[in-house]
Design a protein around this ligand. Structure first.
Ligand code: FES
Ligand SMILES: [Fe+2]
Length: 354
């Protein structure tokens, strides 16, 4: 699918505010964005305020129906709700315009004194919503093709690898920011060429040799598969956590910014987003799920291990951002094999911005 690029997209694309604006318009406003966990909007009246790119959105459960709206008041633009909770209606805190869970404007103070005001025309703007296992997505484009179409064969692939999403329980959320463009973060996620050098702990557990570590580019998602290192499997070496179990390690990026990780070993899952927070800054969010009866010590070890790998990555991407921002490198050089998922990702970026 991807046209092989020998070089990266221009280095300036990682710090140019105009590129960020274009990405907002041509990528984030028309792609599926992970915004909440299904358990946060399982019951009638539950809502979560989130961001799809730079668009404030709210997802909620109206009776049985999952709905999503642009979380911007039709009066003068205040965000209608914040955080999460349970509501019977959504009241904007600025002038108390009150919307039903169906998005319709039900009441506006002093509306009776304004004959020209037609509440029926001032509903919250809808966004497309979709659910997959424990994940809730929105697409700011209300006419977007369904989420299922975008996910393609990914749900089937995960099931095939022995991961039963329905059996997992949410455990932990981490949020942090890094001083790097969202694409630098995504591209760092998309290759394990750096693993042997930069992640000694990870590469002691997962076999990162090119013969063992598989890269697979699909139309809408980019996948990596890594098995437990032979030395760990045979008991000759023990890793930072006990990695022996049923599931194979796998790391997926669903275009443009949803990441889904399964570490090898017992049932586990982490998933989240890489959101632009400025040309040279990205907001990260990662939710963790484990089997309901997962061993506590094992969970703690895995979280500590993941945190360590995350810190190592943070230093890498922040350094890359400084390097790209220096203006001294016009384009980077890509490895067509070991970095083929970056080649595919950059083709997607390039196509979206054209
Ligand atoms: S901006 Fe929401 S009520 Fe005024
Ligand atoms: Fe890494």
């Amino acid at each position: 699918m991807a046209i092989a690029r020998v070089t990266t997209i221009p280095a300036s694309w990682y710090s140019d505010p105009e590129i960020l604006r274009l990405e907002g318009e041509r990528i984030f406003r028309r792609t599926w964005q992970y915004v909440a966990r299904a358990d946060q909007v399982a019951e009638a009246g539950q809502y979560v305020a989130a961001r799809a790119g730079d668009v404030p959105v709210v997802v909620l459960r109206d009776g049985e129906t999952l709905r999503g709206f642009v979380n911007v008041c039709r009066h003068r633009g205040h965000e209608v709700v914040s955080g999460e909770g349970v509501r019977k209606s959504l009241q904007c805190p600025y002038h108390a315009w009150t919307y039903g869970l169906d998005g319709c404007l039900r009441a506006a103070p002093r509306a009776d004194r304004e004959p020209g005001l037609d509440l029926g025309e001032l509903s919250l703007l809808p966004v497309a919503v979709g659910e997959w296992g424990p994940f809730v997505f929105v697409n700011p484009d209300p006419d977007a093709p369904p989420l299922e179409e975008h996910l393609g064969e990914l749900p089937a692939l995960l099931a095939e690898f022995g991961l039963d999403l329905g059996a997992l329980r949410f455990r932990h959320r981490v949020e942090w920011e890094v001083e790097a463009n969202w694409k630098v973060v995504a591209e760092n996620f998309l290759e394990c060429y750096h693993c042997a050098v930069a992640h000694p702990g990870f590469s002691s557990v997962v076999d990162v040799a090119p013969e063992a570590y598989r890269l697979d580019a699909h139309e809408t998602f980019l996948s990596q598969y890594g098995s437990v290192h032979g030395a760990v499997r045979s008991g000759k070496r023990s890793g930072p956590y006990d990695a022996v179990g049923e599931v194979e390690g796998q790391f997926h990026l669903v275009w443009p910014n949803f990441v889904l990780n399964v570490m090898p070993g017992r049932a586990n899952l982490s998933a989240g987003t890489i959101l632009p927070a400025g040309p040279g800054r990205a907001a990260r969010l990662l939710d963790y799920w484990f089997a309901g009866d997962a061993d506590e010590d094992w969970v703690r070890d895995l979280l500590a291990f993941d945190d360590q790998v995350g810190r190592e990555d943070e230093a890498l991407v922040e350094s890359v951002q400084r390097g790209l921002g220096s203006g001294m490198l016009e384009r980077g050089q890509l490895l067509g094999e070991s970095e083929k998922l970056i080649v595919a990702f950059e083709s997607m970026v390039d196509r979206a911005l054209r």
